[in-house]
Design a protein around this ligand. Structure first.
Ligand code: UT7
Length: 329
């Protein structure tokens, strides 16, 4: 009998309608389209507008579409995990809020905070509950309203990020498809280079923290770049080696979309041509936990059963990781 793996059996996504272009950013900060496109690969990003609109609202759109596409009722789901760094509020978890809005009750739901690697962390947690048969169906969401923590007067960060949500359904498969292997890593010393200074228990919000703009993303870009370019490539190569995979075996690299140069370096290290790399950073920028499920959603029609995929991410923490899966449908 084949081993049972947790498999992605459906995927859906949501991006807000409002398009913030590089040209529009040129009017806000001292930047230009040429700098942004050549240094990052980004041309535009989506922004969630509307008073009171939160990360959960984008996630709910993705989850409703996922349920609809996979012909499931909210009551069919045994667990919901949400990866995010922009929760609706510090507590309760955004996963709790999503469940309430969608009509999922009395199931475990919780958030995972692993920044840009959050979706891979949440997926790997979900995999355990499916493989032990504790759950039959789990929804894993990656969602971030990055515009809520971005200073649109800081040119070093405001050009990079966008808003969006993606969701996948996890179920058991015994036909060799599913998540075969996952490597997750972290190094908290990296927190100095990418963080939000205030708002947590170390530095609760005050008038001063607001005036000092400490509730926005702080990033030392070049330092993060240095670690990301190595970390993402190394972990992708490690998961390939551990599973005896060569570049020609891989159908798709599904990379976190932070910078096209980091993605190119990872693909290069894996021996993959550009045609095998999912890339939508030009349209959406860095949506943090949502980048990987948004790619899967966009490329879903081009995927075939048994395709070998490597998902790879690097982000705040530092956290990073890579997942090897065989597509289930
Ligand atoms: O997903 C979470 C993990 N995050 C990442 O993986 C991001 C990793 N880092 C990066 O992607 C890159 O470091 C950035 C895209 C953030 C920056 O690119 P860079 O090539 O590392 O540029 P830099 O920060 O070294 O800046 C080069 C120059 C500087 O000017 P000087 O000092 O050389 O005169 C910056 O002040 O570019 C300037 N600059 C800009 N110029 C125009 C920085 N931001 C901008 C901007 N427009 N938006």
């Amino acid at each position: 009998m084949q081993q049972r793996y947790a498999a992605i059996t459906g995927v859906a996504g949501y991006v807000p309608d409002y398009v913030l272009t590089n040209h529009e950013l040129e009017k806000l900060v001292d930047t230009d389209n040429e700098w942004i496109s050549s240094r990052t690969g980004i041309s535009e990003r989506r922004i969630l507008k509307g008073k009171g609109k939160a990360t959960s609202d984008m996630a709910v759109e993705a989850v409703r579409l996922l349920l609809d596409k996979t012909n499931h009722l909210p009551t069919d789901i045994d667990m919901l995990i949400c990866a995010t760094v922009t929760p609706d509020m510090t507590f309760p978890s955004t996963a709790n809020v999503i469940c309430d809005k969608v009509g999922m009750r009395n199931i475990p739901s919780f958030d995972v905070g692993a920044a840009c690697s959050g979706f891979l962390y949440a997926l790997t947690i979900g995999k355990q509950f499916i493989e032990t048969q504790a759950c039959r169906r789990i929804i894993v969401v990656g969602a971030d309203k990055m515009s809520s923590i971005i200073d649109y007067e800081d040119r070093t960060t405001c050009v990079l990020f966008g808003d969006g949500a993606g969701a996948v359904l996890l179920e058991a498969r015994a036909d060799g498809t599913g998540i075969i292997d996952s490597i997750l890593k972290s190094d908290g010393a990296g927190r100095h280079f990418l963080h939000m200074k205030a708002g947590g228990s170390a530095n609760p919000p005050t008038r001063e923290t607001i005036i000092a703009k400490e509730h926005y993303v702080y990033q030392d870009g070049p330092q993060v770049f240095k670690f990301a370019v190595k970390g993402m490539a190394d972990v992708a190569a490690e998961v390939m080696e551990r599973n005896g995979l060569k570049g020609e075996d891989i159908a798709w690299l599904v990379p976190h979309q932070a910078n096209k140069r980091i993605i190119d370096a990872t693909a290069n290290r894996m021996g993959l041509p550009a045609e095998k790399v999912m890339l939508n950073i030009q349209k959406y920028g860095n949506t943090t936990a949502a980048t990987i499920p948004l790619c899967l959603w966009e490329w879903e029609k081009q995927l075939h059963k048994n395709d070998k995929l490597i998902l790879a991410a690097f982000g705040g923490g530092f956290t990073w990781g890579a997942t090897y899966l065989r597509w289930a449908y």
